[in-house]
Write a protein that binds this ligand. Structure first.
Ligand code: NAP
Length: 216
């Protein structure tokens, strides 16, 4: 995936990587990506559906292709949004460090990379592969509902990686009251998910019978 340099920024570009399982993608994710795009001056936001997340039982997650297609349907109307297959095309557990290395291109100066994901996931960053290098390579945008505090996390960060606080920002999104779990539960119970996810995603879920049983 190649992006044009931004002439207004001396040829540099800011790329947001929106990491998540997206099972399914919902309005909270889209509002988050748009808010991050504006607040952090991102030229593009690339949604990266996780392949086989190293920390999850893959049997409880929808097939990568379903999650990729739903994500593609959700972002198609926004010219700044893209979807990457980089993680879903791998047949083994995928790690954020490899994805970030790919998008940083190893160039100097390379694109400035921002990794956007749920604050709960970022709290676990000390267990992620090569997290010290990750914090050097990209800026994290930890997304949460209003009222979340990263104070304890910052204390741990100071102990493990001093002077890295500037690499993790909190972004509060009221629309994150919607969650993928909430949507899956509603589908299983036969309840409407209209307006919680874009209509093409709602239709996709219906057509493929996703989340009908609570086996997820
Ligand atoms: P998760 O545990 O499924 O999600 C944790 C929380 O964050 C949930 O409330 C989730 O809500 C929310 N969330 C997830 N992605 C979000 C996003 N992009 N924007 C806003 N909220 C989001 O987390 P996950 O999806 O498995 O992992 C998140 C990312 O971290 C993925 O890209 C994954 O690959 C990466 N990760 C990497 C490693 C590693 O490299 N070792 C380890 C763990 C995670 P929803 O369910 O509504 O999305």
């Amino acid at each position: 995936m190649l992006f044009n340099a931004n002439p207004n920024k001396g040829g540099n570009i800011n790329i947001g990587l929106m990491g998540g399982t997206f099972d399914p993608i919902h309005m909270g994710h889209l509002v988050t990506a748009e808010e991050a795009r504006q607040q952090f001056d991102l030229d593009y936001v690339v949604f990266v559906p996780a392949g086989i997340p190293p920390h999850k039982d893959e049997k409880s997650i929808s097939l990568p292709e379903h999650r990729y297609l739903m994500t593609s349907l959700a972002v198609m109307s926004n010219p700044s949004f893209f979807v990457s297959r980089i993680e879903i095309d791998q047949n083994e557990p995928t790690y954020t460090i490899d994805t970030v290395r790919h998008f940083s291109c190893g160039k100097e100066p390379g694109p400035e990379v921002f990794f956007i994901t749920g604050a709960d996931a970022i709290l676990e960053i000390f267990t992620w592969k090569d997290y010290e290098e990750l914090l050097r390579l990209c800026t994290f945008i930890a997304v949460s509902r209003p009222g979340y505090s990263l104070d304890q996390f910052y204390e741990s960060l100071d102990r493990s990686c001093p002077d890295m606080r500037h690499r993790v920002h909190l972004l509060e999104i009221p629309a994150l009251a919607v969650s993928s779990t909430f949507i899956r539960e509603r589908v299983t119970l036969g309840k409407t998910i209209k307006y919680l996810t874009p209509e093409p995603v709602e239709q996709y879920i219906k057509k493929h019978g996703l989340y009908r049983s609570s086996a997820w």
